[in-house]
Write a protein that binds this ligand. Structure first.
Ligand code: MRU
Length: 354
């Protein structure tokens, strides 16, 4: 078990229905550990959009609590107005980021919880029920991380070198993370791993977040630039790649942080198994394959003025997709809380998730 002082909560609800959401502001890491209080939906919306809270499962949990924020002060409203406010809050939060399906999944769950009670209960009680539902989503996320860790740790051996991209760890979830849950669980089982972390351009989630959280938890961690992965694989240092996902289509094509697809191609070329770890809430079975997954495009200044310093000429044309899609055929297995889906086929996914 990791020690208390090495752990941190990516997010936590403080108080009761009239409470607020606290987020570990990830834009300040690794140099500053500071929590941000979100007392209204606008503050939370900005926090999601600017990646103060990020990672598919954490965005979902944050959005569920965001619905509770949006419904504060509604006790006096007529039922129609209450549901109008609920609808408005869900629609607004749904526009914060487009790719991670957990956001839409969590909002839909909150909406359905409220719909089931329409006409039956007082708003006060309904607000309490919705906070309970958000807390349940939060707790389930913790259980999901542990289950993913247990299923996935079997894929890693003592002494393995493991490469990961972006941050799919404790900072991206309520607990152990998804990809990093495999590492935490393997470590608990006494396996010693050497973890290589891609820096993850342009926002450096690997360098700022993954290296930070793994180092705190006592891992042998080595940071590399994204363009070093091929060389590190050729040198035989990597025995497995593990990444998270933001949305997985019905055929197993998986969207994750930009650069993941490249790593998967490299893994194939070097005969290194490439695994995706994600909860069932990251699957979007309504989308047949990766072509249907919406890919977020972000501000060009993330590339031209990364972290406040200009590194490209004025006026240069920039393309900045935040995610890419790894085709299912490059994925050796998808680890979810219900087990390891391998080989990755429509049938196997339907059997486990559908
Ligand atoms: O833009 P980000 O930092 O939200 O991207 C996050 C990722 O790509 C993660 O790998 C993914 O959300 C899985 S988190 C368990």
């Amino acid at each position: 078990m990791v020690q208390e002082e090495q752990t941190f909560a990516a997010l936590r609800w403080i108080g009761d229905v009239d409470g607020y959401l606290e987020l570990l502001d990830q834009t300040r890491l690794p140099t500053e550990v500071r929590y941000l209080a979100c007392r209204d939906v606008d503050t939370l919306f900005e926090a999601i959009r600017s990646l103060r809270v990020r990672g598919a499962p954490a965005i979902g949990v944050a959005a569920a609590y965001g619905v509770c924020l949006g419904l504060q002060g509604t006790v006096e409203l007529m039922e129609a107005d209450f549901f109008f406010r609920l609808d408005e809050t869900c629609r607004y939060l749904a526009t914060s980021r487009p790719t991670a399906v957990n956001l839409f999944w969590a909002l839909e769950r909150m909406r359905q919880t409220a719909e089931l009670q329409r006409g039956l209960v007082l708003h006060e009680l309904l607000q309490a029920m919705l906070l309970d539902e958000a807390r349940r989503i939060h707790e389930e996320d913790t259980a999901m991380c542990r289950a993913i860790g247990l299923h996935g740790a079997t894929l890693l051996n003592d002494g393995d070198g493991v490469l990961t991209h972006c941050n799919a760890g404790a900072l991206a979830t309520s607990d152990y993370g998804t990809a990093l849950a495999l590492l935490y669980t393997a470590q608990e089982q006494g396996k010693r791993l050497r973890v290589f972390v891609d820096e993850t351009r342009p926002l450096l989630q690997g360098a700022r977040l993954t290296a930070w959280e793994l180092q705190r938890r006592g891992f042998d961690v080595t940071l590399i630039c994204d363009n070093m992965a091929a060389q590190v694989m050729r040198e035989g240092r990597i025995q497995a790649v593990v990444v998270g996902a933001d949305r997985i289509a019905a055929n197993g094509d998986a969207a994750n942080k930009i650069g993941t697809y490249g790593v998967a191609v490299l893994a194939k070329a070097h005969d290194v198994p490439f695994y995706v770890a994600a909860p069932s809430s990251t699957f979007d079975l309504a989308i047949a394959d990766g072509h249907g997954i919406p890919i977020e495009e972000r501000d060009p200044t993330e590339i031209t003025h990364g972290f406040g310093r200009q590194t490209a000429p004025d006026g240069v044309k920039v393309y900045n997709p935040a995610f890419d899609v790894t085709p299912a055929k490059l994925i050796r297995g998808i680890v979810c809380e219900r087990g390891v889906i391998a080989p990755v086929t429509v049938e196997n996914i339907r059997k486990t998730i559908g």
